[in-house]
Design a protein around this ligand. Structure first.
Ligand SMILES: Nc1ncnc2c1ncn2[C@@H]1O[C@H](COP(=O)(O)OP(=O)(O)OP(=O)(O)O)[C@@H](O)[C@H]1O
Ligand SMILES: [Mg+2]
Length: 489
């Protein structure tokens, strides 16, 4: 598939996470810094107002003295005003000072470094003269530094003789008092660098497990089924890693089972084919005497039948395993099932050397099953018991039940099964007795089929055994049949 947008950058997960974290971090830092500088400015304005008010007050008190010529009729002493320590200090700090007489005439003006609006200063002079009280204001114009103004009346006893107004731009206030605005932005810059580094670390640590999983998937796709990913911590990534590993394990197991099945099937198919081929060749070459021919045909027929049974069993097993087998569920008396299995075994055995008993408790009652399939299971269990129980032994078919469950057992007094073989008797092609060439030997599919049939009925099958004493194969089935019967044929 061609890329429709060649210009589009293919971001890695790490890059995406990094950019997201970084942008978020920068946004928070910029917003915090802006807010901080705004608060700082507000507090600076407040401080400037208070200190300016005090300065204007003390200047007004000093100017009340007659030697400065503020009172009407006296001569204005501008140089004396200028030499006052309060005036000098204010001028040095970049403030603008205005001194006016009560009639509004300006008698002293000093322009500081800061750009303070002349109109605003003049207005405050008039206001102080009009009210005779201390006044102050803050003038802020767009795109210009705010200006703080303070004015105080100059009184001679109880008579208002003039006014003094002091103004300072906030810029000058900041410069003079060292408001840490620049420090704030410097700190912000440092935090930004830290946030970028932190984003890088976070993005890498979050993207790492995903990267590991991508590499592991790729390796598994190439055939290395033993590849697993490390599980760290307990978060969702750990859960994902654990599921990934169990999936890989299952896949490996399935592949192993498939190989084992292929080996088993080819081995089991070869066993009857070898004698068939040999006997047919002998017949074709005319090597079998006339009186032996009948027996030879019978052997070939027996092996063909064995081959047929093997193929039928395999087909049935695969249908059961893939749940493609339909069950014809009926309510059947458990006692009937046990008797049918016993009767068939007696007919097949052609001998009565093994005692066969049915002990069905009335509590076993009726169970909802596919009777043909259950009969097949019980027949295999009884057949096995007969094969492994020497003459004089006993086989007992038992059953009991509760409201929800039916329990069945096939017990024998035969050879028993060694503990190491016990877990594997339900595996396909597993036979303890390796001499399969004996006619009586089975193909090892009976118990695998039995287990699948019991499972599709929603039940369980198991075995307990003791070498030399005998075995008990048991089945538990839900009385009402399997919960869902979506085993369609
Ligand atoms: N009652 C038993 N006593 C001792 N060994 C048993 C008994 N039942 C089963 N086994 C062992 O378990 C193996 C598997 O049994 P299973 O019924 O699956 O296969 P099979 O009887 O050999 O062949 P098939 O049933 O396909 O004809 C048997 O070959 C036997 O070795
Ligand atoms: Mg069997």
């Amino acid at each position: 598939m061609t890329n429709r947008w060649p210009w589009r950058v293919r971001w890695s997960l790490r890059a995406k996470l990094f950019i997201a974290f970084m942008l978020l971090g920068l946004l928070v830092i910029v917003a915090t810094t802006l807010l901080g500088s705004r608060l700082l400015q507000r507090s600076a304005v407040n401080d400037a107002r208070i200190s300016l008010q005090q300065m204007a007050g003390s200047l007004a008190a000093a100017l009340a003295q007659p030697e400065y010529g503020v009172a009407p009729g006296s001569k204005v002493q501008a140089s004396a005003i200028s030499a006052l320590p309060a005036t000098t200090k204010l001028r040095e700090s970049g403030a603008t000072i205005l001194v006016a007489r009560a009639n509004g005439r300006l008698i002293y003006t000093s322009r500081g470094a800061g750009r303070v609006g002349a109109v605003a200063l003049r207005e405050l002079v008039d206001e102080v003269l009009l009210t005779g009280h201390v006044r102050q204001s803050v003038v802020s114009e767009p795109f210009r530094q705010a200006t703080v103004l303070a004015g105080a009346p100059i009184s001679n006893g109880h008579t208002l003789v003039g006014a003094v107004v002091v103004g300072r731009s906030l810029h000058a206030v900041r410069a003079a008092e060292g408001v840490p605005g620049a420090l704030l932005w410097r700190a912000a810059l440092l935090t930004m660098v830290l946030s970028i580094l932190l984003s890088l670390v976070l993005a890498s640590s979050l993207a790492r497990p995903v990267g590991e999983m991508v590499r592991a998937t790729e390796e598994i796709r190439r055939g290395n089924l033993s590849r697993r990913v490390p599980v760290r911590g307990h978060d969702e990534m750990a859960v994902l890693a654990r599921s990934f590993n169990s999936m890989a394990e299952r896949l490996e197991q399935l592949l192993h089972d498939r190989r084992a099945l292929l080996v088993g099937v080819s081995h089991e198919l070869r066993t009857p084919l070898t004698p068939i081929q040999g006997f047919v060749q002998a017949l074709a070459d005319g090597l079998v005497p006339e009186d032996e021919r009948h027996r030879t045909y019978a052997v070939i027929q027996g092996e063909v039948a064995r081959l047929r049974r093997l193929i039928d069993d395999l087909f049935e097993l695969s249908k059961l395993e893939t749940r493609q087998m339909s069950l014809r569920l009926e309510d059947v008396a458990v006692a009937e099932l046990l008797h049918a299995a016993r009767d068939r075994a007696v007919v097949v055995a052609h001998s009565e050397s093994t005692r066969m008993e049915v002990a069905c408790d009335p509590s076993a009652g009726v169970v909802r099953v596919d009777p043909d399939r259950l009969f097949q299971v019980l027949s295999n269990l009884v057949g096995n018991a007969q094969r492994f129980t020497p003459p004089g032994g006993r086989i007992t078919l038992r059953a009991s039940g509760t409201d929800h469950q039916v329990h069945m057992e096939v017990e024998d007094t035969g050879s028993g099964i060694a503990p190491e073989d016990l877990p594997r008797v339900f595996d396909r092609f597993y036979t303890v007795d390796r001499s399969r060439s004996r006619p009586a030997a089975g193909t090892g599919l009976g118990l695998a089929l039995a287990r699948e049939i019991v499972h599709v009925h929603g039940g369980e099958i198991g075995v307990r055994s003791e070498v030399g004493r005998g075995s008990v194969f048991w089945i538990d089935l839900p009385r009402q049949g399997p919960e869902s019967t979506d085993t369609t044929g």
